[in-house]
Structures are given as structure tokens and as C-alpha cells.
Design a protein around this ligand. Structure first.
Ligand code: SF4
Length: 156
């Protein structure tokens, strides 16, 4: 059987795994994935987090600083969720590597999956999620759902 080569944020393909119990199913992403092998993953669910759950964001730095131990992931109750989320991201990354994923389509603005924008210290700012950071370091090409029009991929 052909291995999956595309990783996708589970919420983008209809899984109601977001912190607020919603999904972010995207018609353009669904159209792009039709007939292709892909694997949907949610690093936060793989961390064992429930639905719904308190929202999380970066504190004191972004994904790079977090990898260096200089930033944290904190939830809306002020709890440090860094170690827990790293466990979920590690599981998601292992799946991507074992499936020899070459590309990923991830949900923008998430501290796990964000591609070019994330919430940090209460503000939306430039940056990438932890899962995105580690996928890129592993050589996986990552883009967000914002690369896709509702009808399908945007033209270059
Ligand atoms: S953005 Fe990523 S971590 Fe957040 S719900 Fe979607 S798949 Fe899960």
C-alpha cells in the first residue's frame, strides 16, 4: 500500500478537535486532498488534551525560543502546558516521519500548527507553531489553509 505523504491538521478536515469543540473544515483543502493519501493529526489531542479545553498561546517567545527553553506554552488559566504539548507534538512528528511525509497543510494561528502567524503574549504575531517548527526542521514543506481558495489551491 502506498504510504501517506501529506500531513494535515485534523481540524481542517472536519475533526472537532479545536479548543472550543469546533472544526475548521476547509473546502479548498478537502478538494486538494481528494484522491490523495494523507494523514490527519492533532498534536493537542495527541497530548491527551480534551475537547473543549482552555486555549493556549506562546509566552515569552516563539517556537524557536521554546525549543531552547526560553519560552513557554501557557493556557488561559495561566498553567504552563509546555511539557504536555511537546509530548503531543513528538507523537505527531513520529507519525509524520514514519509515513515519510513530504508536505503538510496546517491550521494557521495555532500555537501547535500555525504556519506564519501565532498568538503570543495576547497578540497575533508572526511566527510558527511548535509542530510546524519541527516538521520544517525535518525537511517537510508546510503551508496553511490560507494558501487555498475556497475552490482549491491559489494560483502562484
Ligand atoms: S490547529 Fe492543530 S492542534 Fe489545533 S485543533 Fe487543529 S489540528 Fe489540533
Amino acid at each position: 500500500m502506498k504510504k501517506a505523504s501529506i500531513i494535515v491538521s485534523a481540524c481542517l478536515v472536519g475533526e472537532r478537535c479545536r479548543y472550543n469543540g469546533e472544526d475548521r473544515a476547509h473546502p479548498g483543502v478537502a478538494r486538494f486532498l481528494r484522491g490523495k493519501k494523507y494523514l490527519a493529526v492533532c498534536p493537542e489531542r495527541l497530548a491527551g488534551w480534551g475537547v473543549p479545553r482552555p486555549a493556549v498561546e506562546f509566552h515569552g517567545g516563539g517556537a524557536k525560543q521554546l525549543a531552547e527553553g526560553k519560552a513557554t506554552i501557557t493556557d488561559s488559566r495561566g498553567r504552563d502546558r509546555t511539557a504536555s504539548l511537546i509530548k503531543g507534538v513528538t507523537k505527531a512528528l513520529r507519525r509524520a516521519i514514519s509515513l515519510q511525509a513530504s508536505e503538510a497543510i496546517l491550521k494557521e494561528k495555532s500555537p501547535s500548527c500555525g504556519v506564519g502567524k501565532v498568538y503570543r503574549d495576547g497578540k497575533l504575531t508572526r511566527g510558527e507553531g511548535i509542530f510546524t517548527h519541527w516538521l520544517r526542521r525535518s525537511g517537510v514543506k508546510v503551508r496553511s489553509e490560507e494558501s487555498f481558495a475556497k475552490e482549491g489551491p491559489k494560483k502562484p
